[in-house]
Design a protein around this ligand. Structure first.
Ligand SMILES: NC(=O)c1ccc[n+]([C@@H]2O[C@H](COP(=O)([O-])OP(=O)(O)OC[C@H]3O[C@@H](n4cnc5c(N)ncnc54)[C@H](OP(=O)(O)O)[C@@H]3O)[C@@H](O)[C@H]2O)c1
Length: 271
């Protein structure tokens, strides 16, 4: 699908050219969502601007003229920097806004900008850097004509699921913070492997491929998690011994408590 910039100079303006912005626009450009020169990124760091320009993106250091010259504007700055950006943009004629800033509600963004513009709020995650991201996307304020661009942008770097804004804290607790849970599990598995005599390199190779292969098979087989667990378990066998140990130690409760803590923190940080 070819998206129109509707007489604006750029299809997409981006405020902040850091890790997430680069992952998202870089991935979307590679997937043909837009050409790099349809995107202009406002970034104070000269080195980051030079690297983005090398990939064909336009760059600037001035947010306001950019905001007034694009069809969509993505906020990819840290939440604590946003008030300074909002001050610079106050009173500007703003396009459709897309915010990935953790903990910033649409209401807080609107209040800071003092603008009655349409806002999409998105919670992406780090694996979008390798095209395997997962994003919760609230596009409820956008017209049917504008929604596909936002969904297309995040689908280009992984998967995107539409949720109402109230559920974005839950998304944060599962997929936003989730990559860290996976890394924690992997690190624990590697350490356990080393305790059993494997080298770190061996344990890491075994753990990483097991998590990757396990996830791919879960996705492709169409089987439920109970069926998959049963397929690896035989009565009186090794897997059952490990699973019983997990259960005795309250594995499900541990996960539920951790996710609840992340969701609670996301709510506390929301403004
Ligand atoms: N990383 C994640 O896993 C993740 C997941 C979900 C959501 N998010 C959200 O994504 C957003 C970006 O995170 P990130 O990890 O990409 O951060 P980041 O790498 O620090 O990127 C932010 C960029 O904004 C630049 N910047 C600072 N002040 C600016 C200004 N006034 N105007 C324009 N640009 C400015 C920074 O430049 P300097 O470095 O020179 O200051 C930096 O390059 C955050 O709001 C975060 O909550 C991140």
């Amino acid at each position: 699908m070819k998206f129109q910039s509707n007489a604006k100079k750029y299809l997409l303006g981006v405020i902040g050219g850091g890790v997430m912005a680069h992952a998202i626009v870089g991935g979307a450009a590679k997937r043909g969502v837009f050409a790099p020169d349809e995107v202009c990124i406002c970034e104070p760091d000269e080195k980051k601007r030079a690297a983005l320009e090398e990939e064909g993106f336009r760059t600037t250091t001035e947010a306001r003229p950019l905001a007034e010259n694009c069809a969509y504007l993505l906020f990819a700055v840290k939440p604590q920097v946003f008030s300074a950006v909002a001050e610079e943009l106050r009173g500007a004629a703003l396009p459709v806004l897309i915010s990935i800033m953790a903990g910033k509600t649409k209401r807080a963004v609107r209040t800071a900008l003092q603008a009655e513009t349409k806002i999409a709020r998105v919670m992406p995650n780090l694996p979008c850097c390798v095209g395997e991201g997962m994003a919760g996307v609230d596009v409820s304020e956008l017209s049917e004509e504008k929604k596909p661009f936002v969904l297309g942008l995040f689908s280009a770097v992984g998967k995107a699921v539409e949720v109402p804004e109230e559920l974005l804290d839950a998304v944060t607790g599962i997929s936003g913070s989730g990559p860290a849970y996976v890394y924690l599990f992997l690190r624990s598995l590697v350490r356990a492997g080393m305790e059993q005599g494997l080298s770190e390199e061996q344990a890491n190779a075994l753990a990483l491929q097991t998590v990757k292969g396990g996830a791919t098979y879960a996705e492709q087989s169409g089987k439920s998690y109970d069926e998959l667990i049963a397929a690896v378990s035989s009565k009186g066998g090794t897997t059952v011994a490990a699973l019983s140990s997990f259960e005795e130690d309250g594995f499900q409760q541990t996960i539920s408590r951790a996710v609840a803590a992340a969701v609670k923190r996301a709510k506390e940080l929301s403004e």
